[in-house]
Design a protein around this ligand. Sequence first.
Ligand code: ZN
Length: 428
Amino acid sequence: MRKKTFHKRTILPQMLVLVLMLAAVQMQAQDLKHYQRIVKELSSAKYQGRGYAKGGANKAGKYLKKEFEKAGADEVICQPFTLDINTFAGKMKLSADGRKLTPGTDFTLREFSPGVHGSYPLYYVDTLNYDSQTVFDDLKRPEYKDAFVVCDFWFTYKHGADFKRLQSTDDAPNAGLVYTWETPLKFYKAYGEKVSDKPVIWVLSERLKGAKSIKADIDNKFYESYECFNVIAKVAGARHDSCYVFTAHYDHLGNLGKKVYYAGANDNASGTAAIVTLAAHYAQQRPPYDMYFIAFSGEDANLRGSEYFAQHPIVPLEQIKYLFNIDMIGDDNPVLYCETSDEGQRGYDLMEQIVKEKQYFKSLNHGKLAANSDHYPFATRHVPCIFVENQEGTAFPYYHTTQDNWTSAVFDSYEPVFHLVTDFIEKY
Ligand SMILES: [Zn+2]
């Protein structure tokens, strides 16, 4: 009897520890599952790349509002704003010497490009013996009437002024431009608030194969004052005089024609899903200060949602203790890229210390502050903030390509980022 009692006493606490450990593991697994479910949903065909022409961004915003409510947020509001945006959700046909090219893989449009309808001769810029006057003279020859000027993208980048002239109707008679790229073909984003005079098409050089002409049937549609919205969830903390803010953009590049869309699993279904799970976490364990979780729209249209919020904040910017902007963590690089405002440097130092102790990442890499994501409008307004992004991992080469989708997303960085952020809140 005594022996049995003795056994009971030692085994029971051990069993209790085991049960608790299992519960903790399950809770973590549950978070990862929750995160993956949201990434999968946002990058599905239902949202058509979370752009504007097919209403995908707003549809995703409505879905996120519900997700924040399910996560247990005390209040979820939508903050409407408008933007001007050029879109491509209609016809998207291009062939080179009769060979059909595939949208998104073989060719794409610059975000400010007008549509193109017709057949055009191609004029290749001689990059080895380059002379800009020769180009402008050649284009006056009858065989190049209404030609598209073809040139390697990086060469045009080096000779920016000449190619700017070739994009203007007054300065040169060409009908448009074809910039050639090596694989993979990216989509550019930041200047979709206007439409340029001439079409600019990006084509993979190996698919153009020195063709003599192109035939295009490409539609664009420009929306003025398109209505979209940020989704803001609040989890009330013990104190209300300061707050923490977590941000991630949920919009992406939308469609390239009727069928092709940029799913944006890494950019930025990943960061959006992360802030929803953080909201769920803090709704369960009340934080020391109020917390705001903001899913921005309009980021890939030049940070429009975050700029609007920074101009119309629902909580005074001075009250923000720290802001985390999470953009593209659907990846696996053991080094986490960060940018901070000057005021955010102290927080960065703390994160480095946490990373050293807990090994969530091999290290952090502090880059120079740039207008590349939603932390920027806050950084310029002196809010202590950090931007985290998992660059150069397995998924990163697909950045702004149609292959940034559910299949190519990786999930290694989610839990390390989650723990880094929650540890930070405990210590900051
Ligand atoms: Zn992004």
